[in-house]
Design a protein around this ligand. Structure first.
Ligand code: T4K
Length: 384
């Protein structure tokens, strides 16, 4: 296949290393970041909803086309706040094929995560599986837009309407993604983004909760700052989920080069596709061309019988050559503690999840790698 060459102006910032990591951070416009940091020092205002956080929230709102976007210290705490603000009780249905932060956030809020299977094609939560798990105790469905692939939002929201359930999306992977109609950030009751260093858009650590619900936004805003409605005036249970100014500055400095990072990711993806085309027993996950994506994840599935060696042997081979490929998400949350010991999870039947946990590898991409690196990684995969 042919690969469209793009011109990149992205500054690697001396980030070259012999070790190639999945999740090596993208760096924003450093000169702009430094200017913002100087201003933060001049103002001596470091946190507590300063003007940089406010500006970031405004930018995010307008970028996502959403009414409210509340920035927080990370997505895990963002999910906890969302579950708490929506007054969830009992059981929440979520996929096992996700980062363990998703069930942990629910468990931390005293909820029981009930693990659903995922779809074989794009790895998002399977609506039929969700339907089969609903009980009297269910209060919400938590979809995960894994790898930036939008969940089947129509089906999930229709199930939720039928059963009076809340819908929250873990959009940790899905900043700047969307379906044919809307950007992610506009679905369900709310959506929670991660701005961790390893994500497409990063603030070192951070996250944001996007919602079009005014009441929910007001509650979340109170809750992230101890419930303060003004000086000495606490009107709600709260916690400390604030994002510091310096993290918000990093976020603002990502915007000027966001489209270049997206383009670099797309280019990398095309290169991988070209190099790995025709490799037996290897499937590169593609993105739906009708959807907007950030191309942040290069995900392959290894079918041991056809490929010749197991996924784990291939990971070992890559690691031995300093390519830190990752087995996201192995072994599946339902096999991790405290979930693995729970009686209901011992007999779980999640066939697609089991297959993916056995087969998936994430490969390095982003602005920290180039064509030579991708060529080398693909040669290792091909066994040269
Ligand atoms: N929901 C989902 C679906 C998620 O994937 C995540 C997080 C969350 C919720 C929770 O979001 P946050 O609360 O974090 O905002 C990493 C990240 O720490 C985690 O944020 C991410 N998902 C997860 C998929 O990956 P680990 O345990 O794999 O991290 P670690 O330290 O092994 O780093 C990952 C790779 O990135 C390594 O190969 C090294 C590289 N790296 C990492 C950092 C921090 C760098 O090159 N530079 C760096 O600064 O969890």
């Amino acid at each position: 296949m042919s690969v469209t060459k793009t011109t990149h102006r992205i500054d690697l910032n001396g980030a070259r290393s012999d070790v190639l990591h999945v999740g090596a951070p993208n760096v924003g416009d450093r000169a702009y970041f430094n200017r913002l940091v100087d201003q933060i020092f001049q103002r001596r205002w470091f946190t507590n909803d300063g003007c940089v956080v406010k500006e970031l929230e405004e930018k995010l709102r307008s970028f996502l086309g959403v009414k409210h976007c509340i920035v927080v210290c990370n997505a895990t705490v963002g999910l906890q706040l969302a579950f708490h603000a929506l007054e969830l009780t009992g059981e929440v249905i979520l996929p096992s094929f996700t980062f363990v932060a998703t069930p942990h956030a629910a468990c931390w809020e005293g909820l029981t995560p009930v693990f659903a299977d995922v779809k074989r094609d794009n790895h998002t939560i399977c609506p039929d599986s969700v339907r089969s798990l609903i009980t009297e105790q269910t209060s919400a469905i938590v979809g995960v837009h894994v790898w930036g692939n939008p969940c089947d939002t129509d089906a999930i929201e229709s199930i939720a309407r039928d059963h009076g359930l809340a819908v929250i999306y873990d959009a940790a992977h899905a900043f700047a993604c969307g379906d044919q109609r809307r950007m992610i950030g506009n679905f369900g009751d709310c959506e929670v983004f991660s701005f961790h260093a390893t994500k497409f858009f990063n603030t070192f650590e951070g996250g944001a909760i996007a919602t079009n619900n005014d009441d929910l936004a007001a509650r979340l805003t109170l809750m992230k700052n101890f419930g303060f409605a003004g000086m000495d005036h606490v009107i709600h249970l709260g916690t400390n989920a604030k994002m510091p100014e310096i993290c918000a500055a990093m976020g603002l400095s990502m915007f000027p080069i966001l489209e270049e990072i997206r383009e670099k990711n797309r280019y990398n993806h095309q290169l991988y596709r070209a190099h790995l085309e025709g490799v037996k027993g290897l499937r590169l996950l593609t993105y739906d061309h009708l959807h907007q994506t950030n191309w942040q994840y290069v995900v392959i599935e290894i079918d041991e019988a056809e490929f010749g060696i197991s996924r784990d042997s291939l990971v070992d081979r890559l690691h031995a050559q300093n390519v830190r490929a990752r087995r996201y998400f192995y072994p599946g949350c339902h096999r991790m503690e405290p979930y693995g010991s729970m009686e209901r999870n011992r007999k779980l039947d999640l066939p697609n999840t089991e297959t993916l946990c056995r087969r998936v590898i994430c490969l390095p991409t982003g602005t920290a790698i180039d064509e030579v690196d991708i060529d080398r990684i693909c040669q290792i995969i091909r066994g040269y």
